[in-house]
Design a protein around this ligand. Structure first.
Ligand code: ARG
Length: 637
Protein backbone atom coordinates (compact mmCIF):
# COMPACT_ATOMS: atom_id res chain seq x y z
CA UNK A 1 0.00 0.00 0.00
CA UNK A 2 2.82 2.37 0.86
CA UNK A 3 4.02 2.64 -2.73
CA UNK A 4 0.64 3.93 -3.77
CA UNK A 5 1.16 7.11 -1.84
CA UNK A 6 4.03 7.97 -4.16
CA UNK A 7 2.14 10.72 -5.85
CA UNK A 8 2.09 12.61 -2.58
CA UNK A 9 5.52 11.75 -1.32
CA UNK A 10 7.48 12.39 -4.50
CA UNK A 11 5.86 14.91 -6.80
CA UNK A 12 6.93 15.03 -10.42
CA UNK A 13 9.95 17.14 -11.24
CA UNK A 14 9.80 19.90 -13.82
CA UNK A 15 12.14 17.88 -16.03
CA UNK A 16 9.84 14.86 -15.93
CA UNK A 17 6.89 17.03 -16.78
CA UNK A 18 8.67 18.82 -19.60
CA UNK A 19 9.45 15.55 -21.38
CA UNK A 20 5.89 14.33 -21.74
CA UNK A 21 3.89 15.41 -24.76
CA UNK A 22 0.23 16.05 -25.19
CA UNK A 23 -0.83 13.99 -28.24
CA UNK A 24 -3.40 16.66 -29.04
CA UNK A 25 -0.70 19.33 -29.28
CA UNK A 26 0.86 17.33 -32.06
CA UNK A 27 -2.44 17.25 -33.97
CA UNK A 28 -3.20 20.89 -33.29
CA UNK A 29 0.13 21.83 -34.80
CA UNK A 30 -0.38 19.49 -37.71
CA UNK A 31 -3.89 20.77 -38.42
CA UNK A 32 -2.77 24.39 -38.14
CA UNK A 33 -0.08 23.72 -40.75
CA UNK A 34 -2.64 22.34 -43.19
CA UNK A 35 -5.18 25.06 -42.43
CA UNK A 36 -2.84 28.01 -42.62
CA UNK A 37 -2.65 28.28 -46.42
CA UNK A 38 -6.38 27.51 -46.75
CA UNK A 39 -7.62 30.29 -44.48
CA UNK A 40 -4.60 32.48 -44.99
CA UNK A 41 -3.67 32.84 -41.33
CA UNK A 42 -0.43 32.14 -39.47
CA UNK A 43 -0.32 28.80 -37.63
CA UNK A 44 0.20 30.53 -34.31
CA UNK A 45 -3.18 32.22 -34.53
CA UNK A 46 -4.95 29.03 -35.50
CA UNK A 47 -3.63 26.74 -32.78
CA UNK A 48 -5.68 28.19 -29.90
CA UNK A 49 -8.84 27.95 -32.01
CA UNK A 50 -8.50 24.20 -32.53
CA UNK A 51 -10.29 22.89 -29.52
CA UNK A 52 -11.19 19.97 -27.39
CA UNK A 53 -14.66 18.60 -28.29
CA UNK A 54 -16.98 17.50 -25.53
CA UNK A 55 -17.62 14.07 -27.07
CA UNK A 56 -15.54 11.95 -29.38
CA UNK A 57 -18.27 11.56 -32.04
CA UNK A 58 -17.61 15.24 -32.75
CA UNK A 59 -14.00 14.56 -33.62
CA UNK A 60 -10.69 14.48 -31.77
CA UNK A 61 -10.43 18.22 -32.27
CA UNK A 62 -12.81 20.80 -33.58
CA UNK A 63 -12.71 24.26 -35.09
CA UNK A 64 -15.67 26.59 -34.61
CA UNK A 65 -15.49 28.58 -37.83
CA UNK A 66 -17.05 31.79 -36.43
CA UNK A 67 -13.93 32.04 -34.26
CA UNK A 68 -12.00 32.87 -37.45
CA UNK A 69 -14.04 36.06 -37.68
CA UNK A 70 -14.24 36.16 -41.45
CA UNK A 71 -17.06 38.41 -42.55
CA UNK A 72 -19.30 38.20 -45.56
CA UNK A 73 -19.89 34.46 -45.81
CA UNK A 74 -22.07 32.19 -43.65
CA UNK A 75 -19.86 30.08 -41.35
CA UNK A 76 -21.28 26.79 -42.64
CA UNK A 77 -20.20 27.74 -46.17
CA UNK A 78 -16.75 28.58 -44.89
CA UNK A 79 -16.63 25.27 -43.03
CA UNK A 80 -17.57 23.47 -46.22
CA UNK A 81 -14.81 25.20 -48.16
CA UNK A 82 -12.23 24.34 -45.54
CA UNK A 83 -13.25 20.69 -45.59
CA UNK A 84 -13.03 20.61 -49.39
CA UNK A 85 -9.62 22.25 -49.46
CA UNK A 86 -8.11 20.15 -46.66
CA UNK A 87 -5.39 17.77 -47.98
CA UNK A 88 -6.64 14.21 -48.46
CA UNK A 89 -3.73 12.07 -49.58
CA UNK A 90 -3.07 8.62 -48.13
CA UNK A 91 -0.50 9.89 -45.71
CA UNK A 92 -2.59 12.75 -44.34
CA UNK A 93 -2.80 12.09 -40.59
CA UNK A 94 -6.18 13.68 -40.08
CA UNK A 95 -9.52 13.41 -41.86
CA UNK A 96 -12.07 16.21 -41.77
CA UNK A 97 -15.80 16.56 -41.87
CA UNK A 98 -18.24 19.41 -41.61
CA UNK A 99 -21.05 19.77 -39.11
CA UNK A 100 -22.80 23.09 -39.52
CA UNK A 101 -20.35 25.87 -38.66
CA UNK A 102 -17.85 23.35 -37.27
CA UNK A 103 -14.95 21.58 -38.87
CA UNK A 104 -14.34 18.26 -37.13
CA UNK A 105 -10.94 16.64 -37.23
CA UNK A 106 -10.45 12.91 -36.80
CA UNK A 107 -6.94 11.61 -36.30
CA UNK A 108 -6.05 8.51 -38.31
CA UNK A 109 -6.72 5.63 -35.88
CA UNK A 110 -3.43 3.86 -36.39
CA UNK A 111 -1.54 7.04 -35.74
CA UNK A 112 -3.38 8.25 -32.66
CA UNK A 113 -3.29 4.79 -31.08
CA UNK A 114 0.43 4.56 -31.52
CA UNK A 115 1.41 8.05 -30.39
CA UNK A 116 -0.90 7.99 -27.40
CA UNK A 117 -0.11 4.57 -26.03
CA UNK A 118 3.62 4.99 -26.48
CA UNK A 119 3.54 8.37 -24.81
CA UNK A 120 1.67 6.97 -21.81
CA UNK A 121 3.80 3.87 -21.44
CA UNK A 122 6.99 5.92 -21.66
CA UNK A 123 6.08 8.73 -19.30
CA UNK A 124 3.65 6.90 -16.99
CA UNK A 125 2.83 9.14 -14.01
CA UNK A 126 3.83 12.30 -15.82
CA UNK A 127 1.26 11.81 -18.59
CA UNK A 128 -1.26 14.64 -18.31
CA UNK A 129 1.15 17.00 -16.61
CA UNK A 130 2.45 20.08 -18.38
CA UNK A 131 4.75 22.62 -16.77
CA UNK A 132 4.07 25.43 -19.23
CA UNK A 133 1.21 27.20 -17.41
CA UNK A 134 3.23 27.47 -14.21
CA UNK A 135 6.48 28.79 -15.64
CA UNK A 136 7.30 32.47 -15.32
CA UNK A 137 8.66 32.30 -18.87
CA UNK A 138 7.63 29.13 -20.73
CA UNK A 139 10.53 29.47 -23.14
CA UNK A 140 13.07 29.61 -20.33
CA UNK A 141 12.46 27.36 -17.29
CA UNK A 142 15.52 28.80 -15.56
CA UNK A 143 13.50 31.96 -14.89
CA UNK A 144 11.53 29.93 -12.41
CA UNK A 145 8.05 28.85 -11.51
CA UNK A 146 5.06 30.85 -10.47
CA UNK A 147 4.20 30.40 -6.84
CA UNK A 148 0.77 29.69 -5.46
CA UNK A 149 -0.50 29.40 -1.90
CA UNK A 150 -3.55 27.22 -1.49
CA UNK A 151 -5.06 27.81 1.92
CA UNK A 152 -7.48 25.05 2.82
CA UNK A 153 -9.02 22.85 5.51
CA UNK A 154 -8.31 25.31 8.38
CA UNK A 155 -10.22 23.66 11.24
CA UNK A 156 -10.53 25.13 14.73
CA UNK A 157 -8.63 23.42 17.51
CA UNK A 158 -10.86 21.90 20.20
CA UNK A 159 -13.93 22.35 18.02
CA UNK A 160 -15.67 20.11 15.56
CA UNK A 161 -14.14 19.26 12.22
CA UNK A 162 -17.37 19.95 10.40
CA UNK A 163 -18.61 19.31 6.89
CA UNK A 164 -17.24 22.64 5.70
CA UNK A 165 -13.74 21.69 6.78
CA UNK A 166 -14.07 18.34 5.04
CA UNK A 167 -15.06 19.95 1.75
CA UNK A 168 -12.35 22.54 2.00
CA UNK A 169 -9.82 19.76 2.58
CA UNK A 170 -10.93 17.73 -0.43
CA UNK A 171 -11.26 20.63 -2.87
CA UNK A 172 -8.10 22.35 -1.67
CA UNK A 173 -6.11 19.13 -1.87
CA UNK A 174 -7.23 18.73 -5.46
CA UNK A 175 -6.43 22.31 -6.47
CA UNK A 176 -2.97 22.05 -4.95
CA UNK A 177 -2.23 18.91 -6.99
CA UNK A 178 -3.65 20.44 -10.14
CA UNK A 179 -1.42 23.50 -9.95
CA UNK A 180 1.52 21.28 -9.11
CA UNK A 181 1.26 19.13 -12.24
CA UNK A 182 0.83 22.29 -14.27
CA UNK A 183 4.22 23.54 -13.21
CA UNK A 184 3.43 25.85 -10.31
CA UNK A 185 5.35 25.85 -7.08
CA UNK A 186 2.62 25.07 -4.58
CA UNK A 187 2.49 25.86 -0.90
CA UNK A 188 -0.26 24.07 1.01
CA UNK A 189 -1.29 26.12 4.00
CA UNK A 190 -3.56 25.25 6.88
CA UNK A 191 -4.80 28.35 8.70
CA UNK A 192 -5.87 26.93 12.03
CA UNK A 193 -8.41 28.52 14.30
CA UNK A 194 -6.07 28.37 17.27
CA UNK A 195 -6.31 31.72 19.04
CA UNK A 196 -8.84 33.67 21.05
CA UNK A 197 -10.54 33.76 24.40
CA UNK A 198 -11.85 30.22 23.92
CA UNK A 199 -8.30 28.89 24.30
CA UNK A 200 -8.17 30.51 27.69
CA UNK A 201 -11.39 28.72 28.53
CA UNK A 202 -9.93 25.49 27.19
CA UNK A 203 -6.75 25.83 29.22
CA UNK A 204 -8.69 26.43 32.43
CA UNK A 205 -10.99 23.56 31.52
CA UNK A 206 -8.02 21.32 31.05
CA UNK A 207 -6.68 22.13 34.50
CA UNK A 208 -10.04 21.14 35.91
CA UNK A 209 -11.14 18.21 33.77
CA UNK A 210 -8.20 17.24 31.61
CA UNK A 211 -5.75 14.40 31.78
CA UNK A 212 -2.28 14.54 30.31
CA UNK A 213 -2.46 10.86 29.48
CA UNK A 214 -5.67 11.26 27.50
CA UNK A 215 -4.28 14.33 25.79
CA UNK A 216 -1.24 12.41 24.58
CA UNK A 217 -3.32 9.47 23.46
CA UNK A 218 -6.31 11.11 21.90
CA UNK A 219 -5.59 14.79 21.69
CA UNK A 220 -8.35 16.11 19.48
CA UNK A 221 -11.19 14.13 20.99
CA UNK A 222 -9.98 14.82 24.51
CA UNK A 223 -9.69 18.55 23.98
CA UNK A 224 -13.15 18.57 22.52
CA UNK A 225 -14.52 16.76 25.60
CA UNK A 226 -12.81 19.22 27.89
CA UNK A 227 -14.14 22.10 25.87
CA UNK A 228 -17.69 20.79 26.05
CA UNK A 229 -17.39 20.26 29.82
CA UNK A 230 -16.00 23.67 30.66
CA UNK A 231 -18.50 25.30 28.34
CA UNK A 232 -21.31 23.73 30.36
CA UNK A 233 -19.90 25.24 33.51
CA UNK A 234 -19.58 28.59 31.81
CA UNK A 235 -23.11 28.51 30.44
CA UNK A 236 -24.54 27.67 33.85
CA UNK A 237 -22.82 30.78 35.18
CA UNK A 238 -23.82 32.96 32.26
CA UNK A 239 -27.53 32.57 33.09
CA UNK A 240 -27.61 34.26 36.51
CA UNK A 241 -25.01 36.83 35.45
CA UNK A 242 -27.01 37.89 32.43
CA UNK A 243 -30.18 38.06 34.48
CA UNK A 244 -28.55 40.33 37.01
CA UNK A 245 -27.17 42.54 34.26
CA UNK A 246 -30.60 42.83 32.74
CA UNK A 247 -32.16 43.73 36.07
CA UNK A 248 -29.54 46.40 36.69
CA UNK A 249 -30.13 47.89 33.29
CA UNK A 250 -33.87 48.03 33.80
CA UNK A 251 -33.58 49.56 37.26
CA UNK A 252 -31.05 52.10 36.08
CA UNK A 253 -33.41 53.13 33.33
CA UNK A 254 -36.06 53.80 35.96
CA UNK A 255 -33.56 55.78 38.01
CA UNK A 256 -33.56 53.27 40.87
CA UNK A 257 -30.59 52.46 43.09
CA UNK A 258 -28.60 49.47 41.81
CA UNK A 259 -25.65 49.42 44.20
CA UNK A 260 -26.71 46.24 46.04
CA UNK A 261 -27.28 44.45 42.76
CA UNK A 262 -23.93 45.62 41.46
CA UNK A 263 -22.26 44.40 44.63
CA UNK A 264 -23.89 41.05 44.02
CA UNK A 265 -22.84 40.93 40.40
CA UNK A 266 -19.17 41.86 40.82
CA UNK A 267 -17.95 38.67 42.54
CA UNK A 268 -20.01 36.49 40.18
CA UNK A 269 -18.32 38.06 37.20
CA UNK A 270 -14.92 38.05 38.85
CA UNK A 271 -15.08 34.33 39.54
CA UNK A 272 -16.78 33.31 36.32
CA UNK A 273 -15.12 31.01 33.82
CA UNK A 274 -15.65 33.68 31.22
CA UNK A 275 -13.63 36.22 33.14
CA UNK A 276 -10.97 33.63 33.97
CA UNK A 277 -10.77 32.75 30.28
CA UNK A 278 -10.39 36.38 29.37
CA UNK A 279 -7.57 36.78 31.88
CA UNK A 280 -5.88 33.63 30.71
CA UNK A 281 -6.09 34.70 27.10
CA UNK A 282 -4.72 38.11 28.00
CA UNK A 283 -1.70 36.44 29.56
CA UNK A 284 -1.28 34.48 26.33
CA UNK A 285 -1.39 37.68 24.34
CA UNK A 286 1.16 39.19 26.68
CA UNK A 287 3.47 36.25 26.08
CA UNK A 288 3.28 34.61 29.51
CA UNK A 289 5.49 31.52 29.07
CA UNK A 290 3.44 29.23 31.28
CA UNK A 291 0.15 30.10 29.65
CA UNK A 292 1.68 29.73 26.24
CA UNK A 293 3.31 26.39 27.05
CA UNK A 294 -0.01 24.70 27.71
CA UNK A 295 -1.60 26.22 24.63
CA UNK A 296 1.42 25.22 22.56
CA UNK A 297 1.01 21.66 23.72
CA UNK A 298 -2.65 21.63 22.67
CA UNK A 299 -1.70 23.01 19.30
CA UNK A 300 1.22 20.65 18.67
CA UNK A 301 -0.69 17.55 19.67
CA UNK A 302 -3.69 18.55 17.60
CA UNK A 303 -1.51 19.10 14.57
CA UNK A 304 0.07 15.68 15.04
CA UNK A 305 -3.35 14.11 15.02
CA UNK A 306 -4.53 16.17 12.05
CA UNK A 307 -1.46 15.12 10.08
CA UNK A 308 -2.35 11.47 10.50
CA UNK A 309 -5.88 12.01 9.34
CA UNK A 310 -4.86 14.17 6.39
CA UNK A 311 -2.42 11.46 5.33
CA UNK A 312 -5.39 9.16 4.82
CA UNK A 313 -6.57 11.65 2.19
CA UNK A 314 -3.07 11.86 0.67
CA UNK A 315 -2.63 15.39 1.90
CA UNK A 316 0.38 16.91 3.63
CA UNK A 317 0.52 20.60 4.48
CA UNK A 318 3.68 22.60 4.01
CA UNK A 319 2.69 25.14 6.62
CA UNK A 320 0.50 24.98 9.67
CA UNK A 321 -0.23 28.61 10.08
CA UNK A 322 -3.17 29.90 12.07
CA UNK A 323 -4.72 32.85 13.76
CA UNK A 324 -2.16 32.57 16.56
CA UNK A 325 0.71 33.03 14.14
CA UNK A 326 -0.30 36.51 13.02
CA UNK A 327 2.05 39.02 14.62
CA UNK A 328 0.68 41.72 16.86
CA UNK A 329 2.90 44.29 15.23
CA UNK A 330 1.43 43.51 11.80
CA UNK A 331 -2.06 43.89 13.23
CA UNK A 332 -1.04 47.22 14.66
CA UNK A 333 0.39 48.35 11.33
CA UNK A 334 -2.81 47.34 9.58
CA UNK A 335 -4.94 49.24 12.07
CA UNK A 336 -2.75 52.35 11.99
CA UNK A 337 -2.82 52.34 8.21
CA UNK A 338 -6.60 51.92 8.10
CA UNK A 339 -7.07 54.78 10.55
CA UNK A 340 -4.56 57.04 8.77
CA UNK A 341 -6.25 56.45 5.45
CA UNK A 342 -9.65 57.06 7.09
CA UNK A 343 -10.88 53.68 5.93
CA UNK A 344 -11.61 52.64 9.50
CA UNK A 345 -13.47 54.84 11.96
CA UNK A 346 -14.38 54.88 15.62
CA UNK A 347 -17.90 54.09 16.59
CA UNK A 348 -19.13 53.57 20.14
CA UNK A 349 -15.65 52.77 21.39
CA UNK A 350 -15.10 50.14 18.73
CA UNK A 351 -13.38 50.53 15.36
CA UNK A 352 -15.18 49.58 12.20
CA UNK A 353 -15.09 49.85 8.43
CA UNK A 354 -18.17 51.19 6.71
CA UNK A 355 -17.77 49.71 3.25
CA UNK A 356 -20.59 51.79 1.80
CA UNK A 357 -18.32 54.80 2.21
CA UNK A 358 -15.61 53.09 0.18
CA UNK A 359 -17.45 52.10 -2.95
CA UNK A 360 -18.68 48.69 -1.78
CA UNK A 361 -22.35 49.20 -1.04
CA UNK A 362 -23.17 45.52 -0.93
CA UNK A 363 -20.82 44.80 1.96
CA UNK A 364 -21.99 45.23 5.53
CA UNK A 365 -20.02 47.22 8.06
CA UNK A 366 -17.34 45.20 9.79
CA UNK A 367 -15.93 45.74 13.27
CA UNK A 368 -12.17 45.30 13.34
CA UNK A 369 -11.46 46.23 16.97
CA UNK A 370 -13.89 45.47 19.78
CA UNK A 371 -14.72 47.91 22.55
CA UNK A 372 -12.31 46.08 24.83
CA UNK A 373 -9.54 46.63 22.33
CA UNK A 374 -9.23 43.09 20.99
CA UNK A 375 -8.85 42.45 17.25
CA UNK A 376 -11.23 40.15 15.36
CA UNK A 377 -11.15 37.31 12.88
CA UNK A 378 -11.16 39.79 9.97
CA UNK A 379 -8.38 41.86 11.51
CA UNK A 380 -6.10 38.85 11.75
CA UNK A 381 -6.87 37.85 8.18
CA UNK A 382 -6.00 41.38 7.03
CA UNK A 383 -2.62 41.14 8.70
CA UNK A 384 -2.09 37.53 7.57
CA UNK A 385 -2.51 38.39 3.89
CA UNK A 386 0.31 40.96 4.12
CA UNK A 387 2.57 38.66 6.10
CA UNK A 388 2.07 35.88 3.58
CA UNK A 389 2.95 38.17 0.74
CA UNK A 390 6.06 39.29 2.55
CA UNK A 391 7.10 35.77 3.38
CA UNK A 392 6.35 34.04 0.10
CA UNK A 393 5.86 36.61 -2.68
CA UNK A 394 3.14 34.48 -4.18
CA UNK A 395 1.84 35.02 -7.71
CA UNK A 396 -1.52 33.72 -6.65
CA UNK A 397 -3.29 32.75 -3.46
CA UNK A 398 -6.48 30.74 -3.24
CA UNK A 399 -8.68 30.62 -0.15
CA UNK A 400 -10.82 27.50 -0.13
CA UNK A 401 -13.54 28.58 2.29
CA UNK A 402 -17.27 27.79 2.57
CA UNK A 403 -19.80 30.14 1.02
CA UNK A 404 -21.02 30.98 4.54
CA UNK A 405 -17.95 33.18 4.71
CA UNK A 406 -18.42 34.88 1.34
CA UNK A 407 -18.94 38.24 2.96
CA UNK A 408 -15.95 37.82 5.25
CA UNK A 409 -13.65 37.03 2.34
CA UNK A 410 -15.10 39.85 0.24
CA UNK A 411 -14.46 42.26 3.11
CA UNK A 412 -10.94 40.92 3.44
CA UNK A 413 -10.13 41.40 -0.25
CA UNK A 414 -11.86 44.77 -0.48
CA UNK A 415 -10.07 46.17 2.55
CA UNK A 416 -6.74 44.90 1.29
CA UNK A 417 -7.42 46.55 -2.04
CA UNK A 418 -8.43 49.98 -0.78
CA UNK A 419 -5.76 50.15 1.90
CA UNK A 420 -3.00 50.41 -0.68
CA UNK A 421 -2.44 46.77 -1.59
CA UNK A 422 -4.44 46.36 -4.75
CA UNK A 423 -1.54 44.42 -6.26
CA UNK A 424 -1.86 41.80 -3.53
CA UNK A 425 -5.66 41.70 -3.54
CA UNK A 426 -5.61 41.09 -7.29
CA UNK A 427 -3.57 37.95 -6.77
CA UNK A 428 -6.09 36.51 -4.32
CA UNK A 429 -9.07 34.41 -5.11
CA UNK A 430 -11.84 32.85 -3.08
CA UNK A 431 -12.90 29.36 -4.13
CA UNK A 432 -16.23 29.31 -2.41
CA UNK A 433 -18.12 26.07 -1.99
CA UNK A 434 -21.62 25.04 -1.01
CA UNK A 435 -22.25 23.11 2.15
CA UNK A 436 -22.65 19.40 2.75
CA UNK A 437 -26.00 18.60 4.26
CA UNK A 438 -27.02 15.71 6.44
CA UNK A 439 -23.64 14.49 7.55
CA UNK A 440 -24.13 12.35 10.63
CA UNK A 441 -22.82 9.10 12.00
CA UNK A 442 -24.85 6.20 13.33
CA UNK A 443 -24.21 7.48 16.80
CA UNK A 444 -25.24 11.06 16.18
CA UNK A 445 -23.85 14.14 14.58
CA UNK A 446 -20.33 14.20 13.31
CA UNK A 447 -17.49 15.62 15.33
CA UNK A 448 -14.27 14.51 13.69
CA UNK A 449 -13.05 13.47 10.30
CA UNK A 450 -12.07 10.04 11.60
CA UNK A 451 -15.67 9.46 12.71
CA UNK A 452 -16.97 10.32 9.28
CA UNK A 453 -14.58 7.90 7.63
CA UNK A 454 -15.38 5.17 10.16
CA UNK A 455 -19.10 5.48 9.54
CA UNK A 456 -18.71 5.20 5.78
CA UNK A 457 -16.25 2.36 6.25
CA UNK A 458 -18.79 0.34 8.26
CA UNK A 459 -21.25 0.60 5.40
CA UNK A 460 -18.53 -0.17 2.88
CA UNK A 461 -17.65 -3.38 4.70
CA UNK A 462 -21.32 -4.42 4.61
CA UNK A 463 -21.40 -3.83 0.86
CA UNK A 464 -18.15 -5.73 0.32
CA UNK A 465 -19.24 -8.73 2.37
CA UNK A 466 -22.15 -9.26 0.00
CA UNK A 467 -19.66 -10.71 -2.46
CA UNK A 468 -18.36 -13.56 -0.34
CA UNK A 469 -15.97 -14.95 -2.87
CA UNK A 470 -14.14 -11.72 -3.59
CA UNK A 471 -14.15 -10.69 0.04
CA UNK A 472 -12.41 -13.90 1.06
CA UNK A 473 -9.64 -13.28 -1.47
CA UNK A 474 -8.56 -10.01 0.11
CA UNK A 475 -5.44 -10.12 2.27
CA UNK A 476 -6.50 -7.13 4.28
CA UNK A 477 -10.19 -6.36 3.77
CA UNK A 478 -10.06 -3.72 6.45
CA UNK A 479 -7.44 -1.70 4.61
CA UNK A 480 -9.36 -2.01 1.35
CA UNK A 481 -12.58 -0.90 3.04
CA UNK A 482 -10.71 2.05 4.48
CA UNK A 483 -9.46 3.19 1.09
CA UNK A 484 -12.81 2.57 -0.55
CA UNK A 485 -14.63 4.55 2.12
CA UNK A 486 -12.33 7.51 1.68
CA UNK A 487 -12.71 7.25 -2.09
CA UNK A 488 -16.49 7.13 -1.72
CA UNK A 489 -16.57 10.28 0.40
CA UNK A 490 -14.19 12.20 -1.83
CA UNK A 491 -15.83 11.24 -5.11
CA UNK A 492 -19.25 12.26 -3.87
CA UNK A 493 -17.78 15.55 -2.77
CA UNK A 494 -16.03 16.18 -6.08
CA UNK A 495 -18.92 15.15 -8.32
CA UNK A 496 -21.04 18.30 -8.44
CA UNK A 497 -20.08 21.87 -9.08
CA UNK A 498 -17.92 23.25 -6.29
CA UNK A 499 -20.29 26.11 -5.58
CA UNK A 500 -23.27 23.77 -5.16
CA UNK A 501 -23.79 21.96 -1.91
CA UNK A 502 -24.90 18.36 -1.76
CA UNK A 503 -26.60 15.85 0.47
CA UNK A 504 -24.23 13.47 2.26
CA UNK A 505 -25.65 10.11 1.23
CA UNK A 506 -23.78 7.08 2.53
CA UNK A 507 -25.78 4.47 0.62
CA UNK A 508 -25.35 6.27 -2.64
CA UNK A 509 -21.65 6.94 -2.29
CA UNK A 510 -20.78 3.36 -1.30
CA UNK A 511 -22.67 1.70 -4.17
CA UNK A 512 -20.68 -0.18 -6.78
CA UNK A 513 -23.05 0.85 -9.55
CA UNK A 514 -23.39 4.36 -10.89
CA UNK A 515 -20.72 7.02 -11.03
CA UNK A 516 -19.32 6.42 -7.54
CA UNK A 517 -15.93 6.16 -5.93
CA UNK A 518 -16.13 2.37 -5.58
CA UNK A 519 -17.01 2.10 -9.29
CA UNK A 520 -13.87 4.01 -10.20
CA UNK A 521 -11.77 1.83 -7.90
CA UNK A 522 -13.35 -1.23 -9.43
CA UNK A 523 -12.36 -0.07 -12.92
CA UNK A 524 -8.77 0.25 -11.76
CA UNK A 525 -8.71 -3.02 -9.83
CA UNK A 526 -10.19 -4.87 -12.80
CA UNK A 527 -7.37 -3.71 -15.07
CA UNK A 528 -4.85 -4.81 -12.45
CA UNK A 529 -6.56 -8.18 -12.31
CA UNK A 530 -6.44 -8.59 -16.11
CA UNK A 531 -2.72 -7.89 -16.02
CA UNK A 532 -2.21 -10.35 -13.19
CA UNK A 533 -4.17 -13.10 -14.90
CA UNK A 534 -2.25 -12.63 -18.15
CA UNK A 535 1.00 -12.68 -16.22
CA UNK A 536 1.89 -9.56 -18.12
CA UNK A 537 5.46 -8.35 -18.37
CA UNK A 538 4.67 -4.65 -18.25
CA UNK A 539 8.19 -3.59 -19.11
CA UNK A 540 7.97 -5.41 -22.46
CA UNK A 541 4.77 -3.71 -23.62
CA UNK A 542 6.69 -0.93 -25.37
CA UNK A 543 7.51 -3.35 -28.19
CA UNK A 544 3.88 -4.36 -28.76
CA UNK A 545 2.64 -4.19 -32.35
CA UNK A 546 -0.07 -1.58 -31.86
CA UNK A 547 -1.24 -1.80 -35.45
CA UNK A 548 -3.08 -4.92 -34.35
CA UNK A 549 -5.54 -2.76 -32.45
CA UNK A 550 -8.17 -2.27 -35.10
CA UNK A 551 -11.50 -2.74 -33.38
CA UNK A 552 -13.71 0.29 -32.88
CA UNK A 553 -13.58 -0.27 -29.12
CA UNK A 554 -9.79 -0.17 -29.11
CA UNK A 555 -9.69 2.94 -31.27
CA UNK A 556 -12.20 4.81 -29.18
CA UNK A 557 -10.52 3.89 -25.94
CA UNK A 558 -7.18 5.14 -27.23
CA UNK A 559 -8.81 8.34 -28.51
CA UNK A 560 -10.26 8.88 -25.09
CA UNK A 561 -6.83 8.40 -23.47
CA UNK A 562 -5.41 10.96 -25.87
CA UNK A 563 -7.76 13.57 -24.44
CA UNK A 564 -6.53 13.36 -20.87
CA UNK A 565 -3.84 16.08 -21.00
CA UNK A 566 -6.36 18.50 -22.52
CA UNK A 567 -8.86 17.60 -19.81
CA UNK A 568 -6.32 18.53 -17.15
CA UNK A 569 -5.49 21.81 -18.85
CA UNK A 570 -9.13 22.64 -19.21
CA UNK A 571 -9.59 22.00 -15.50
CA UNK A 572 -7.24 24.86 -14.80
CA UNK A 573 -9.84 27.11 -16.40
CA UNK A 574 -12.97 25.60 -14.88
CA UNK A 575 -11.27 24.84 -11.54
CA UNK A 576 -13.95 22.18 -11.25
CA UNK A 577 -12.75 18.75 -10.13
CA UNK A 578 -15.86 17.40 -11.84
CA UNK A 579 -14.15 18.08 -15.18
CA UNK A 580 -11.61 15.37 -14.37
CA UNK A 581 -14.11 13.10 -12.69
CA UNK A 582 -16.60 13.19 -15.56
CA UNK A 583 -13.81 12.33 -17.94
CA UNK A 584 -12.68 9.40 -15.80
CA UNK A 585 -16.19 8.00 -15.60
CA UNK A 586 -16.62 8.27 -19.36
CA UNK A 587 -13.33 6.56 -19.91
CA UNK A 588 -14.22 3.84 -17.40
CA UNK A 589 -17.48 3.25 -19.28
CA UNK A 590 -15.58 2.94 -22.56
CA UNK A 591 -13.33 0.45 -20.82
CA UNK A 592 -16.05 -1.72 -19.40
CA UNK A 593 -17.77 -1.98 -22.77
CA UNK A 594 -14.44 -3.04 -24.32
CA UNK A 595 -13.74 -6.13 -22.27
CA UNK A 596 -16.01 -8.43 -24.28
CA UNK A 597 -14.55 -7.23 -27.56
CA UNK A 598 -10.92 -7.01 -26.58
CA UNK A 599 -10.19 -10.16 -24.62
CA UNK A 600 -6.70 -10.79 -23.43
CA UNK A 601 -6.68 -14.33 -22.15
CA UNK A 602 -7.18 -16.71 -25.08
CA UNK A 603 -6.06 -14.38 -27.87
CA UNK A 604 -2.88 -14.76 -29.96
CA UNK A 605 0.32 -13.75 -28.10
CA UNK A 606 1.02 -10.68 -30.26
CA UNK A 607 -2.57 -9.49 -30.10
CA UNK A 608 -2.59 -10.20 -26.38
CA UNK A 609 0.46 -8.01 -25.97
CA UNK A 610 -1.09 -5.16 -27.97
CA UNK A 611 -4.30 -5.30 -25.94
CA UNK A 612 -2.35 -5.39 -22.71
CA UNK A 613 -0.48 -2.29 -23.83
CA UNK A 614 -3.82 -0.55 -24.38
CA UNK A 615 -5.14 -1.70 -21.01
CA UNK A 616 -2.00 -0.73 -19.19
CA UNK A 617 -2.20 2.72 -20.79
CA UNK A 618 -5.81 3.00 -19.64
CA UNK A 619 -4.87 1.88 -16.14
CA UNK A 620 -2.15 4.50 -16.03
CA UNK A 621 -4.51 7.29 -17.06
CA UNK A 622 -7.04 6.14 -14.47
CA UNK A 623 -4.29 6.12 -11.88
CA UNK A 624 -3.09 9.58 -12.89
CA UNK A 625 -6.59 11.01 -12.79
CA UNK A 626 -7.49 9.35 -9.51
CA UNK A 627 -4.34 10.49 -7.75
CA UNK A 628 -4.87 13.99 -9.13
CA UNK A 629 -8.20 13.93 -7.31
CA UNK A 630 -6.41 12.77 -4.17
CA UNK A 631 -7.57 9.15 -4.32
CA UNK A 632 -5.47 6.05 -3.68
CA UNK A 633 -6.15 3.53 -6.46
CA UNK A 634 -6.45 -0.07 -5.20
CA UNK A 635 -5.10 -3.13 -6.98
CA UNK A 636 -7.66 -5.55 -5.60
CA UNK A 637 -11.05 -5.20 -4.07
N1 ARG B 1 -11.07 28.46 10.82
C1 ARG B 1 -12.11 29.03 10.01
C2 ARG B 1 -13.42 28.31 10.28
O1 ARG B 1 -13.41 27.18 10.67
C3 ARG B 1 -11.82 28.95 8.54
C4 ARG B 1 -10.64 29.77 8.11
C5 ARG B 1 -10.72 30.22 6.68
N2 ARG B 1 -9.58 30.96 6.27
C6 ARG B 1 -9.35 32.25 6.52
N3 ARG B 1 -8.23 32.78 6.08
N4 ARG B 1 -10.20 32.98 7.18
O2 ARG B 1 -14.47 28.87 10.08
Amino acid sequence: MAGELDSRVSPLTLEEMAKVKNPMDFYRQYIAEQLSPIVNRPEKELIPLIQWPMTLDKGDLVLAVPALRVKGKPPQDQAKEIVEAFPKTDDTLVTVSQAGPFVQFFAKPEHIIKTTIQEILTHTKAYGSNPTPGLKDPSDPSKGQKKIIVEFSSPNIAKEFHAGHLRSTIIGGFLAKLYQILGWEVLRMNYLGDWGKQYGLLANGFKEFGSQEELDKNSIAHLFQVYVQINKVKEAQDGPINELKKEIKEKKAKGEDVSTLEAKLAPLVEESEDEKARKYFRSMEEGDPEALALWQQFRDLSIKKYQKTYARLNIAFDVYSGESQVKQETIKQVLDNLMAKKIAEESDGAILIDFAKHGAKKLNKAIIVRKDGTPLYLTRDLAAILERYNDYHFDKMIYVVADQQNEHVAQLFKTTEISGHKDIADKCEHVSFGMVKGMSTRKGTVKFLDDIIQTVKDTMLDVMRKNDQKYSQLDDPDAVADTLAITAIMVQDLTGKVRNGYEFNINQMTAFEGDTGPYLQYAHARLCSIERKANADLSALGSADLSLLQETHAINLARSLAQYPDVVLNTLKTREPATVLTYLFKMAHALSSSYDHLQVVGSEPELQKARLALYEAARQVLWNGMTLLGLTPVERM
